[in-house]
Write a protein that binds this ligand. Structure first.
Ligand code: SAM
Ligand code: SF4
Length: 329
């Protein structure tokens, strides 16, 4: 087992997109009300007094859409300023990056993953549920701006959904040929929208690799990430291609992460809620951070048993009904 030193922190569960595979239009979601969100001060107390003493050093801000949080720049600044922070990253849909990329960079953020499922504005808008307003151009400008201000590596996340964007895999892979970008293909999971999953299914990473190999060749990359992606490269390309294969390959044994939801629940596994702790309520009720640290230590000790090893993609049970935006993807 890898040491667990990586915390994904959801800043809020709301989003300005309605991606079909995540929080589709019309889905009834119980959003966390503002007073229930973990405040910036509570977040920093938990990091300094609970997580960092237990060895956590890598933090990723996510959501929902983290850039919708009004104090996102201050949160980045506060976490970047902690001397123990070794790595601070963010996952965002990029729509608000054209004006936030620079303030975030100046506050200390250095790594960013931006979701971009299509290079075709019409397909993109269909996937994200555009509600009559095209969002592709502003998202693309956000990506360009992030690159311009110095985010390196700049990673693009692509969830591949059969019949929606699978035709674009080669075009998206081609972005890495003359740019230092990392394009990561993620297997579609039965979480958030099980109906779409049942209708469309998912494509194994190996099939995508075969298509790319046929077109340009593909070699394993010497660049390795912290996370679960298998990293490859088109020969001679400046950037890399990552494949996150949580459906075709179980990587629970390599899992080094826990998740803190926007309302302060600590979850040891994306798809298994057993053992989760309500840190925010405990903190607000006056539980000492020493006690919370002990509870988290105990949870860390049982994490291998809580990992979701037995996956059954055909079962859309209650756990799958939660969306990535609610869990903190
Ligand atoms: N809003 C931000 C974004 O889209 O990048 C951050 C939160 S989003 C929940 C984090 C990641 O989860 C995104 O890369 C998204 O594509 C992925 N995701 C959401 N639902 C998914 C699903 N059903 N299967 C695979 N990945 C999913
Ligand atoms: Fe929003 Fe990200 Fe979910 Fe899309 S994947 S709906 S951008 S939280």
């Amino acid at each position: 087992m890898n040491p667990v030193d990586y915390l994904r922190i959801s800043l809020l569960d709301r989003c300005n997109f309605r991606c079909q595979y995540c929080m589709p239009e019309g889905a009834e979601l119980d959003y966390v009300l503002n007073p229930e969100l973990l405040s910036r001060q509570e977040m920093i107390i938990l990091l300094e007094e609970v997580f960092i003493p237990l060895g956590f050093r890598k933090f990723r801000l996510t959501g929902g859409e983290p850039l919708l949080r009004p104090d996102v720049v201050e949160i980045v600044g506060a976490i970047a300023a902690l001397p123990q922070t070794q790595d601070l990253a963010m996952t965002t849909n990029g729509f608000l990056l054209s004006h936030l990329a620079k303030p975030l960079y100046d506050a200390g953020l250095r790594r960013i993953n931006i979701s971009l499922d299509s290079l075709d504005p019409q397909v993109f808008d269909k996937i994200i549920g555009n509600r009559g307003l095209s969002r592709w151009k502003q998202t693309w400008e956000g990506i360009q701006e992030a690159y311009r201000v110095g985010f390196d590596p700049l990673k693009l996340n692509v969830v591949v959904v059969p019949g929606l964007n699978d035709r674009e895999v080669l075009d998206l892979a081609a972005l890495t040929r003359d740019r230092h970008w990392h394009v990561r293909f993620i297997e579609f999971m039965p979480i958030g929208n099980p109906e779409l999953f049942q209708e469309r299914a998912w494509i194994p990473s190996e099939e995508l690799r075969a298509a790319i190999r046929d077109r340009w060749g593909l070699v394993e990359s010497t660049v390795r990430g912290n996370g679960p992606a298998d990293v490859f490269q088109i020969p001679g390309a400046k950037g890399t291609l990552g494949f996150i294969s949580q459906m075709s390959e179980c990587f629970c044994d390599r899992c080094n992460r826990m998740r803190l939801s926007a309302d302060g629940w600590l979850r040891p596994c994306l798809l298994n809620e057993s053992g989760q702790i309500d840190l925010k309520t405990a903190l607000r009720n006056g539980t000492s951070t020493a006690q919370l640290r002990e509870q988290v230590r105990e949870l860390l000790a049982i994490k291998p048993e809580t990992n979701f090893k037995q996956r059954d993609p055909g079962t859309a049970g209650s756990t799958y009904r939660r969306t990535m935006s609610q869990i903190g993807g």
